[in-house]
Design a protein around this ligand. Structure first.
Ligand code: CP
Ligand code: NVA
Length: 307
């Protein structure tokens, strides 16, 4: 039985095969060709945090594949009244063919995986967001860029789920990854070690620039950012905005990269904070292609795990 809890649950070859499958499913969807590969299959979707893209793309994805998805707000489950995650997993595993969960504590995904008896998919945890990172790299790959030749620069809060997942997938695929962030929000040693033990790590010169974001952005093929205040970190709001401001993705920073640099953001964006309107709405920005691709990637993930 397969799960997708972290980016390291898939080998390099599996990721590249997944991309081919995403491409095929996307083309079928665009042509209006039926592809009911999961007829009669069901997905439980547990949400401890809010969501637009993850929730709707999984829900629509299951529908288009001929299956059904149930949205389960954790507050409406008995979890909210103290039923354990393990018991919830045991019950849902008897009704559903798979579980997707968005949780605060990554450990809850591990408990779901141990107890559910069906595939478990990480729909975002405090540590990782693998479905997002797969979509991000697919979005670059489908444009025909050679993944071994590009440099992705992440600017902003580098101690969050999205950066962690990007770092792991870049390590696995051998993509050069640079981070520019304040010392307070650097990637954790634990995540860097995870990335470095990867087989492709010899092709993985992770570089961290704690000052001089412009130098980090030099010659970048992709500039990526995410919110400065991830869900659950709102208490530090003011401190984060103050420390992260120099790492804003604005016209000045983008001008240091290649002319045709791709600007990416997992969304939701806080316009005027981590990214300016001018940049997110520019022709370099591919953020809505990324958002669209969440649908096609979720469908390929579901098909891979459930068929
Ligand atoms: N990018 C992303 O996961 O968006 P949602 O929080 O809206 O699901
Ligand atoms: N890092 C962000 C990602 C949102 C999709 C968060 O966790 O809120």
């Amino acid at each position: 039985m397969r799960n997708l809890i972290t980016d390291q649950d898939l080998t390099k070859d599996e990721i590249l095969a997944l991309f081919e499958s995403v491409k095929e499913l996307k083309e079928k969807q665009k042509r209006g060709e039926p592809h009911r590969l999961l007829e009669g299959k069901t997905l439980a979707m547990i949400f401890e945090k809010t969501s637009l893209r993850t929730r709707t793309s999984f829900e629509i994805g299951m529908f288009q594949l001929g299956g059904h998805a149930s949205f389960l707000n954790s507050q409406d489950l008995q979890l909210g009244r103290g039923e354990t995650v393990a018991d919830t997993a045991r019950v849902l595993g008897r009704y559903y063919n798979a579980i997707m969960a968005r949780v605060f504590d990554h450990g809850n995904l591990e408990t779901l995986r141990e107890c559910a008896g069906v595939p478990v998919i990480n729909g975002l945890s405090d540590k990782f967001h693998p479905c997002q990172a797969l979509t991000d790299i697919f979005t670059i790959w489908e444009r025909g860029l050679d993944l071994r030749e590009i440099t992705i620069v992440f600017a902003g809060d580098a101690d969050n789920n999205v950066t962690n997942s990007l770092m792991l997938i870049c390590a696995r695929l051998g993509i050069r990854f640079r981070v520019t962030c304040p010392v307070e929000y650097m990637p954790r040693e634990e995540i860097i070690s995870l990335a470095q033990i990867d087989k492709a790590a010899d092709m993985f010169p992770v570089a961290i620039y704690t000052s001089d974001p412009k130098n980090a952005a030099r010659n970048a093929d992709v500039i990526y950012t995410d919110t400065w205040v991830s869900m659950g970190k709102e208490k530090e709001n003011k401190k984060r905005i103050r420390l992260l401001s120099p790492y804003q993705v604005n016209k000045e920073l983008v001008s240091c990269a290649k002319n045709d640099v791709l600007v990416m953001h997992c969304l939701p964006a806080h316009r005027g904070q981590e990214i300016t309107d001018e940049v997110i709405d520019s022709t370099n920005s591919i953020v809505f292609d990324q958002a669209e691709n969440r649908l096609h990637v979720q469908k390929a993930i579901l098909t891979m795990l459930l068929r």
